[in-house]
Design a protein around this ligand. Structure first.
Ligand SMILES: [Zn+2]
Length: 108
């Protein structure tokens, strides 16, 4: 089953995956300037270079965290359907490599 959604229904030049560290979706562009290279596989995707997501206090030192906010930093390599979290992640999966979760099939 697919671990990457591409194209996204609302953004055709973006691919999405569900990040188990942030428990939210991350998107990368797959065409245009600065885009990621994708191996073309939905089941066992590889994206290069790494995916770095910075929010909250990582971009604003005055940020006040609230319940439900995503982790401040998520930095990962998606390779062959697995996600390797680098040590600079601020979530519990920092430094670990896990399978990307399978996505529910789309209906409509
Ligand atoms: Zn993440």
């Amino acid at each position: 089953m697919a671990r990457l959604e591409h194209p996204s229904p609302t953004a055709p030049h973006y691919a999405w995956f569900h990040c188990p560290g942030c428990d939210t979706k991350h998107a990368v562009s797959t065409s245009g300037p600065g885009c990621w290279t994708w191996n073309g596989s939905l089941d066992r995707p590889t994206l290069t270079p790494s995916v770095l997501v910075r929010t909250g206090r990582a971009v604003d030192s005055a940020w006040v965290r609230e319940e439900g906010d995503p982790p401040d930093v998520c930095h990962s390599f998606v390779t062959d359907g697995r996600i390797q979290f680098l040590s600079d992640c601020t979530h519990a999966l920092a430094g670990q490599t896990v399978d990307l979760p399978e996505l529910e099939p789309h209906h409509g």
